[in-house]
Design a protein around this ligand. Structure first.
Ligand SMILES: Cc1ncc(COP(=O)(O)O)c(C=O)c1O
Length: 452
């Protein structure tokens, strides 16, 4: 009764898969926020090291993973793939459900897969400090962990609502040597101007990004690091899907459907993108993005150019967006409260290569609790979105009397999210659905942008 499917360290992928070469059409270029003209590599130099800028635009199908990065990956990779036998029994389904357990990393999620790579490339280009934003605290802890291995300092702007909800994430970052500020903070122009208008502003990822970018561009020895959205981030995450394919092949399986929750798109990209070449050559495999109804970027947003941050400092990206001024409700899946999405994921959804679906907060927690009670692992609130979609696929298989292989990414554990589970048990969680009126208002802001 095999439940855990492992891979030897020697079988760890030696190269990341670059999905840019297999997209149904080329991505539209990122635009300079000041001029509205396509970005050149030099525009990104104040923020990123040369290797990451190259990866952002690379047309190489495979990019070798440096040995120094592999050595850190080897602390927890390859991660196990589990057959969810307990969940299958609980659902009485003919579906075979598999999950890739990214909760195994020291920080507890998939985020270190790119944090380690980004810290490495910045260190070898002579950078002394990295700044970043964090929502749920997973990304900030991943970068605090990763910078440790390459002698860099790490400054994290943590969305105020998560800073208050998740004090132990801050403790983790500090254990690894990171410095954490609640965002909005009084350390940046952007933060100060928001606080002036609204001293109790709960913050958002878009705002925290503005603060981290401002901090980086105003300091010569400092770069900025983004935990999702960008092409190079999704690239680094492809180790997830590459390993999962190998592990499924070991047990003679191939998925009918591949599922990931989607905030900025990195864990979803990580598990799903390595299936693109198969899909292009005619294999039937569905790819599914899952998001909260409270922040329905892919399911209700507009596909257009928008800024990645609130203060309009980042390049304009062509993506699904709810508008950069959109302030999502304070749901517990902090990592899914982002107004935009990865351009790669956005294009795949736009072109019908990937599906997108959205759920309420409470049904998602209910799914996570069923999972914890049948599989043991306690998932992060973000991960619960993928679990809910996997359960729905398995229930449908039962109703249709069909066998089906479901693969989903278990993006992180929820051991530091127990206050959210408490709130669920107490009946304090609310189901938010963004009213169409509100979406219209947020999108109207975008109409005013010169570039569309
Ligand atoms: C556990 C977990 N899953 C998923 C996400 C969503 O991010 P992404 O869409 O980049 O994978 C986050 C973000 O913080 C996270 O912490």
């Amino acid at each position: 009764m095999k439940r855990m499917i492992t891979l030897d360290t020697e079988k760890m992928p030696r190269a990341w898969y670059n999905a840019l070469v297999d997209l149904p059409k080329p991505l539209e270029p990122p635009l300079n926020p000041a001029t509205g003209k396509p970005l050149g590599p030099q525009d990104l130099e104040p923020l990123f090291p040369p290797a990451l800028i190259e990866q952002e635009m690379s047309q190489e199908p495979w990019i070798a993973i440096p040995l120094e990065v592999l050595e850190v990956y080897a602390l927890w990779r390859p991660t196990p793939l589990y057959r969810a036998r307990g969940l299958e029994r609980a659902l009485n389904t003919p579906a075979r459900i598999y999950y890739k357990y990214e909760g195994a990393s020291p920080a507890g999620s998939h985020k270190p897969n790119t944090a380690v790579a980004q810290a490495y490339y910045n260190a070898i280009s002579g950078i002394r400090r990295l700044t970043t934003e964090t929502g749920a605290g997973q990304w900030g802890s991943a970068l605090s962990f990763a910078t440790r291995f390459f002698g860099l300092e790490c400054t994290v702007y943590m969305v105020r609502v998560s800073y208050d909800q998740k004090p132990y994430r801050r403790s983790m970052m500090e254990v690894w040597g990171g410095t954490v500020h609640p965002s909005p903070s009084d350390r940046t122009q952007t933060g100060r101007s928001v606080l002036e208008k609204d001293p109790s502003n709960p913050g958002s990822l878009g705002l925290a990004i503005s603060e981290a970018v401002e901090d980086a561009v105003t300091h010569e020895d400092t770069h900025y690091s983004l935990g999702s959205v960008l092409n190079h981030v999704l690239l680094h995450q492809t180790v997830i899907g590459l390993e999962a394919k190998e592990q499924l092949a070991q047990v003679g399986e191939y998925p009918d459907v591949v599922i990931g929750c989607c905030g900025g798109g990195s864990n979803l990209g990580g598990i799903a993108l390595p299936f693109l070449p198969d899909k292009a050559s005619g294999k039937e495999v569905r790819l599914v993005a899952v998001e909260p109804k409270a922040c329905p970027t892919l399911t209700k947003g507009a596909f257009t150019y928008d800024f990645g941050d609130m203060a309009r400092m980042t390049p304009l990206l062509k993506m699904y967006t709810l508008g950069h001024s959109f302030m999502p409700p304070s749901i517990h899946a902090g990592g899914l409260r982002y107004h935009g999405d990865s351009p790669i994921i956005s294009l795949l959804v736009r072109e019908g290569v990937m599906e997108a679906t959205a759920y309420y907060q409470r049904e998602v927690f209910q799914a996570g609790i069923l999972f914890a009670r049948s599989e043991g692992f306690i998932p992060a609130p973000e991960t619960n979105h993928a679990i809910k979609a996997a359960i729905d696929e398995a229930v449908k298989a039962r109703e249709e009397g069909k066998e089906k292989v479901v693969l989903f990414n278990f993006s992180g554990h929820g051991l530091l999210d127990l206050s959210a589970y408490d709130a669920y048990f107490k009946g304090d969680l609310q189901d938010y659905e963004l009213a169409d009126e509100e979406i219209k208002r947020a999108l109207a802001e975008l109409e005013k942008l010169a570039v569309r």
